[in-house]
Design a protein around this ligand. Structure first.
Ligand code: UD1
Length: 364
């Protein structure tokens, strides 16, 4: 029996681990050789940022919760490393499997590799080139200490090869986040405020903003929201507000009248909103993958993306963060509509199974 750790810490991790865990459980039931221990670092701890996702996505309760909670990046990294090291000293595993690019991903990857435990990174090799994003540092560091790389795109494969990773360590398996989306498409359901706000398919925008570059300065955020208010021509904007963003919003004096603030939504409700939106305006990376698969227009308020296939194949466009560019894109949407887009290679709902099959080959 070979034990692997599956690490999750923050909201965007949970939809990525769900299909891997389900595939592990299915193989185990069929007599497969691998066992797993689910380690939650506790980076996100609210029901809205964490517990709701476990419940909705049928993820079993974590076997271990490191309960690190909030803090600066360094505080969180340090706390995760100290606590995960203790766990590995008491009960080592044969592999540490990390997903995505959050602080928990990097901290556990470093800790495991230093203890001579092999590391596999799911969503390896993606790069924005923007070192001002903590996620970019997390990606580079995690890949630097990983043994095996599970990738979502040919772009990621090329990046890894160029950095000297041998072909036999790269596994182009597709996108686990899309496994979760496809598995739950029929279960998506409207949020409680759907009727209260008289929302209709195609009759509202979805907005999410949480990057420090967009939400940590009140002047910039106010200019951006004003431009959105003007550009959306009175169509309601549903703004799912991340805890980080809420702090800055309190300092703003004027807000557009068609902007509706809602708490972070659970998975099924959020993706229902996205699926039926006129367009999604966001600074998230993961959401641009989901809009691409659902064929929903997506405007990214960042200067770069680590997921270029959402632009070249999908429905995403990188607008930057200049309010005038946002206005212009909205005008274009209203007058000409938006590109239809297609679905990137291997984003087919089978990625979790592929990952577990590869792991069996490598470890068993
Ligand atoms: C983290 C990830 C980011 C991801 C985002 C999604 C890193 C570096 N960033 O950023 O990639 O897109 O999650 O949400 O890992 N807070 C709560 N409740 C919680 C968790 C956090 O209120 O359950 C508060 C914290 O106190 C803090 C703020 O939210 O003030 C930010 O949380 P933090 O974990 O530092 O990073 P995120 O900005 O959420």
């Amino acid at each position: 029996m070979t034990m692997i750790d599956i690490i999750a810490g923050a909201r965007p991790n949970f939809m990525k681990i769900a299909p891997i865990i389900h595939a592990m459980e299915a193989r185990r039931a069929a007599g497969g050789p691998l066992r797993h221990r689910l380690v939650h670092t506790g980076q996100h701890y609210d029901a809205r940022m964490s517990g709701d996702f476990f419940e909705q996505l049928g993820i079993p309760l974590p076997d271990v919760n490191l309960e690190v909670g909030s803090g600066t990046q360094a505080e969180q990294t340090a706390a995760i490393m100290v606590r995960y090291e203790k766990l590995l000293l008491q009960a080592p595993s044969a592999l540490c499997l990390v997903v995505g690019d959050v602080t928990s991903t990097m901290a556990c990857a470093i800790t495991a590799q230093k203890m001579k435990i092999r590391v596999a990174h799911v969503e390896a090799g993606i790069r924005s080139g923007d070192w001002s994003m903590p996620e970019e540092i997390n990606r580079m560091t995690t890949d630097a200490v990983s043994n095996w790389f599970f990738t979502t795109s040919a772009f990621a494969n090329d990046t890894l090869r160029r950095s000297g990773v041998a072909d036999e360590r790269i596994f182009f398996v597709g996108n686990t986040m899309i496994d979760t989306l496809l598995a739950n498409m029929e279960r998506l359901r409207p949020p409680v405020f759907w009727n209260d706000l008289a929302l209709e398919p195609g009759g509202y925008f979805v907005l999410t903003l949480h990057r420090p570059s967009n939400v940590d300065g009140s002047t910039h955020l106010e200019r951006l929201l004003t431009a959105l208010g003007e550009g959306t021509r009175g169509v309601p904007i549903i703004f799912s507000v991340h805890p980080r963003t809420r702090k800055t919003l309190r300092a703003l004096s004027s807000l557009p009248s068609n902007l509706y603030f809602v708490d972070p939504q659970p998975y099924l409700e959020f993706n229902h909103l996205v699926r039926h939106a006129k367009a999604v305006i966001t600074d998230s990376g993961g959401i641009t993958e989901e809009t691409s698969v659902m064929g929903v227009p997506c405007m990214t308020l960042r200067d770069s993306t680590e997921r270029p296939e959402t632009v070249s194949v999908g429905t995403n466009e990188i607008l930057g963060t200049d309010p005038a560019a946002v206005r212009a894109a909205l005008d274009r949407l209203f007058t000409h509509g938006w590109k239809k887009g297609g679905i990137p290679e291997k984003w087919d709902g089978r990625t979790g199974e592929r990952i577990v099959a590869v792991l069996e080959g490598l470890l068993a």
